[in-house]
Design a protein around this ligand. Structure first.
Ligand SMILES: NC(=O)c1ccc[n+]([C@@H]2O[C@H](COP(=O)([O-])OP(=O)(O)OC[C@H]3O[C@@H](n4cnc5c(N)ncnc54)[C@H](O)[C@@H]3O)[C@@H](O)[C@H]2O)c1
Length: 303
């Protein structure tokens, strides 16, 4: 699909990071852009900035993507304002820093709610409008954690689910010969506010758990890796290329992809999982494990 004036894009999680860079890249191409985010004021401010800087129409909509009704409302708002939608980027996402096994279950619910259900809601709400409008493209933001588990289990699970949903959608649309393309974005580290995601922790889930002990050590290393990661603008350029070239996979980080390939080679040989060794940007696994064990305190079994 060409990215050009006269077309309309919707981006969720557009107030910050990758979503904001996507919104800007699409505005540069001349598209009208709907910036949707749970952070309403920031989305509105960025919508005004993009309209002023790039001479395009923009609309800011407050949406919690984990709520189906709110995403349906977003789709209606985009259609009502612009009379069409051509590109949908289901991008909003969060990372919880709590220990997956000792921390609260609410951290899993939150991560799955935004990262997985947010994408499902986005596809269900927008697909009828894309088809009704004669075609378009859907971009779902997963992660390298969607093809290689090695970050935190809830995040890995949510992103594996996004990859699976996206592949299923792609093949279904192809088989049905519907004119809607699909891409899945799987970045490694990108310089964004992801490690401050708990700023949007929902009140109804109680206090945000935060990270302590070993989980805190891991969160600190991930924060540093993200601070030194790829720029969101570079990621947005890769997405734009994939949409115009109608390509499914978007892997901006080749070094991470090698880990995924090695994992699948072991799977094909029937070998059990092995520790990841060296994830780019993080200390070697053995060192990471030792630091996490030291931070976790004495062994409760006293061994
Ligand atoms: N930064 C990375 O290294 C990295 C790597 C791989 C994948 N990702 C993915 O990229 C996507 C964008 O994250 P980012 O890194 O730009 O982080 P970010 O925190 O800078 O941006 C995320 C945006 O999503 C919004 N958001 C959070 N909860 C929401 C909700 N319930 N409904 C609607 N909007 C909500 C936030 O307000 C924020 O504007 C996420 O899906 C994330 O998992 C990021």
């Amino acid at each position: 699909m060409e990215l050009e004036r006269g077309k309309v894009a919707v981006v969720t999680g557009a107030a910050s990071g990758i979503g904001l860079a996507l919104a800007e890249r699409l505005a540069v191409a001349g598209m009208a852009v709907v910036l949707s985010d749970i952070e309403e004021d920031k989305a509105a401010e960025q919508a005004r900035r993009l309209a002023g800087t790039h001479g395009v129409e923009t609309l800011a909509v407050r949406t919690d993507v984990s709520e189906a009704a709110q995403v349906e409302e977003l789709a209606r708002a985009a259609w009502d304002r612009f009379g069409g939608v051509h590109l949908v980027c289901n991008n909003a996402g969060v990372a919880a820093t709590a220990d997956p096994w000792l921390g609260p279950l609410s951290a899993w619910e939150w991560v799955m709610g935004v990262n997985f259900w947010g994408v499902v809601h986005g596809v269900r709400a927008f697909l009828p409008y894309l088809v009704l409008g004669g075609g378009g493209h859907i971009v779902n933001t997963a992660s390298m954690a969607g093809v290689f588990p090695g970050f935190t289990p809830a995040y890995d699970a949510s992103k594996h689910a996004v990859v699976a949903v996206s592949e299923g959608l792609y093949t279904m649309l192809r088989a049905a010969q519907l004119p809607v393309g699909v891409s899945v974005l799987c970045p490694g580290w990108v310089r964004t506010q992801l490690m401050d995601a708990e700023r949007n922790w929902p009140d109804e889930l109680g206090a945000a758990p935060g990270a302590t002990g070993g989980a805190g050590v891991m969160a600190g290393h991930v924060r540093r890796a993200i601070d030194e990661g790829m720029t969101p603008a570079a990621v947005a350029d890769r997405v734009a290329d994939a949409v115009t070239g109608n390509r499914f996979w978007v892997f901006p980080h080749a070094d991470f992809l090698e880990l995924a390939v090695r994992r699948w080679e072991r799977i094909a040989e029937g070998l059990d999982p092995e520790p990841p060794g060296q994830i780019p940007g993080l200390p070697p696994f053995e060192q990471l494990l030792a630091e996490m064990q030291a931070a976790a305190g004495p062994d409760p079994a006293g061994s």
